[in-house]
Design a protein around this ligand. Structure first.
Ligand code: FMN
Length: 396
């Protein structure tokens, strides 16, 4: 477990955790090794549920032999179960293991049910309003954590959930101007809007809580996006957050589940390499301008004019999204296969992959360090010297 630091613990459903949360990162970027290593230190580690079969060669063989949708969907549920079990083993009863589920994903209800069945401690849901989450988990003792971006979204979820007799066990507030991956804003131009500022949201929530008759202490708030130093952790915890969620800095740790070249692309990206664009989900997203993305963005208007409104067959057969710009011919959305691109990034295919990344510089620059070193730096400000050729972690 992680040694002393001066911050109050983050309390989620009766558990005392380090106030640094590891955000879920798909496809496969945060699987059992990262989530389990984070939990082992006493924090909340998150497995991203989407398309985890890519970490299991037997399941990939099964999908190649029988590429029907049902087989792919089943393989992913088996993979999720295996990843939760392996993360729990690695955590050794410390911290918490959460499963991140995106509402925009077709199989979101199946992923939630599988997470409950396989003993996850929490479900963290974003990329859409998680209004059905209390119903999907009824009768299960599991923490529920929505990801939202402004006070209006928080108010809406609280009102709907309170009618069902449930409060979130924590809420992640993710800032679209800084976070990696899909961003909680409809228009890229709107992402700097003042309503996303954490301090503004804290202020506005005072009024929301008073109207709903609950107290600020009832729902811990965790801020996410661009938290990359001990000073930033201190600033937000002192400003009223109960925890911070960190994504990109965990993706590039030694224990991160992606290929070393994935980590290299993220760690070596310069500010001018990091771009926002419209994803196939219709949401803006932030990523590194690697060769494929550079080419896609150069040709985006031509692609949109040519195939933007054509309905196409799903190239992988996974049908991962409920609404997909490419499959459903939604002109104003993006037009590429996100699953194929994210899976290429996971295996370190720099030419063809889509490499999601947050906007800020990384705590250790371009160095790849351990989860323990990252937590120590964020929580205490102390940077241990890098250990050359550190012994490999024992994996489950
Ligand atoms: C590679 C990558 C993949 C991500 N995938 C997901 C995801 O599947 N679901 C989700 O809710 N958030 C996802 N995120 C967002 C992170 O969980 C986190 O909230 C965000 O990146 C925080 O900002 P930071 O990267 O500046 O720390 C992703 C971020 C990155 C960098």
């Amino acid at each position: 477990m992680f040694p002393g630091h001066s911050f109050a613990p983050l309390q989620i459903r009766g558990r005392q955790l380090l106030p640094v949360v590891q955000g879920g990162m798909g496809v496969g970027i945060s699987a059992h090794r990262l989530a389990g290593s984070v939990a082992r230190e006493g924090a909340l580690g998150t497995i991203a549920s989407i398309d985890l079969r890519h970490h299991h060669s037997d399941l990939m063989d099964m999908c190649r032999a029988d590429p029907r949708h049902e087989t792919l969907a089943r393989a992913n549920l088996v993979a999720l179960g295996r990843e939760i079990a392996a993360a729990r083993k690695l955590a050794g009863g410390n911290g918490m293991i959460a499963v991140n589920v995106m509402k925009a994903v077709n199989a979101h209800a199946d992923y939630v049910r599988a997470a409950c069945e396989h003993g996850a401690d929490a479900i963290v849901m974003g990329a859409g309003l998680p209004l059905d989450l209390p119903d999907l988990t009824a009768g299960v003792d599991i923490a529920l954590v929505p990801i939202l971006s402004d006070a209006r979204g928080v108010a809406l979820v609280l009102k709907k959930w309170m009618k069902k007799g449930r409060l979130p066990d924590a809420i992640v507030i993710e800032h679209p101007a800084y976070a990696g991956g899909h961003l909680g804003v409809t228009d890229i131009a709107d992402m700097g809007n003042e309503r996303f500022a954490f301090t503004k949201i804290f202020e506005e929530l005072e009024g929301v809580y008073a109207t709903l008759g609950i107290s600020r202490r009832d729902v811990p708030l965790v801020v996410a996006g661009g938290v990359n130093s001990h000073e930033a952790v201190r600033k937000w915890l002192e400003a009223g957050a109960n925890g911070v969620q960190v994504g990109t800095p965990f993706a590039v740790t030694e224990e991160g589940d992606a290929h070393p070249d994935f980590k290299r692309v993220l760690a070596e990206a310069k500010p001018e390499d990091i771009v926002e664009f419209v994803s196939v989900t219709g949401l803006p997203a932030r990523a590194v301008k690697t060769p494929w993305l550079e080419r896609y963005l150069r040709n985006e208007s031509r692609i949109r004019a040519k195939i933007g409104s054509l309905k196409l067959a799903c190239p992988t057969g996974l049908e991962c999204l409920s609404a997909c710009g490419l499959r459903d011919g939604i002109e104003k959305f993006g037009h590429f296969c996100i699953d194929t691109r994210l899976a290429a990034a996971l295996r370190g295919d720099v030419a063809n992959g889509l490499f999601f990344r947050g906007r800020e510089a990384l705590p250790f620059g371009n160095a790849i360090r351990s989860v323990r070193d990252l937590l120590e730096l964020l929580l205490t400000g102390a940077a241990r010297p890098a250990v050359a050729r550190r012994a490999a972690f024992a994996l489950a």
